[in-house]
Design a protein around this ligand. Structure first.
Ligand SMILES: [Zn+2]
Length: 148
């Protein structure tokens, strides 16, 4: 059984999409979170089996740094000027009373998100990419899960 708790998966998505963007210029186009396995679609130029192992290692190393997460809101106007807070190509974050929620992994990443997360990255456990599918030249689907 995978550790399907929603906040764990939502948290590891932040770490994964940060590393994908920062190190590979890859962006998320869709996410489906499931109890046992979750899938994430990316536009990812130069994706290969070697990259899969490398990304897994980088994500687990980042989780093990045991960084704290915190959430706060900024004005929608500020958000419009902060491209760095944007991760998906498809979805706009919710705007509530003119404000956008930001989730920060302290010292590592900040991105717009309305979801529920864990308090520290070490709670997430071990991250694995179990399978990848080609959905086109640069469209890649990753199946991921968490283990104790
Ligand atoms: Zn989130």
């Amino acid at each position: 059984m995978g550790r399907g708790s929603w906040p764990l998966l939502v948290t590891v998505l932040h770490v994964l999409n940060k590393i994908a963007l920062r190190d590979y210029g890859a962006r998320i186009t869709g996410v489906q979170i499931g109890e046992d396995s979750s899938r994430i679609d990316f536009k990812w130029e130069g994706f290969s089996p070697a990259v899969v192992a490398e990304v897994e290692g980088k994500v687990n190393a980042a989780l093990a740094e045991n960084r704290a997460l915190k959430a706060y809101t900024i004005s929608e106007a500020e958000f419009r000027q902060r491209d760095d807070l944007r991760r998906t190509l498809t979805a706009e974050p919710p705007v509530v009373d003119g404000r956008v929620r930001v989730v920060e992994i302290v010292g590592f990443d900040a991105q717009a998100c309305g979801g529920t997360h864990v308090a520290t990255t070490a709670e997430v456990g071990h991250f694995r990419i179990t399978r990848t599918d080609n959905k086109g030249r640069i469209n890649k689907r990753l199946y991921v899960r968490l283990d104790d």
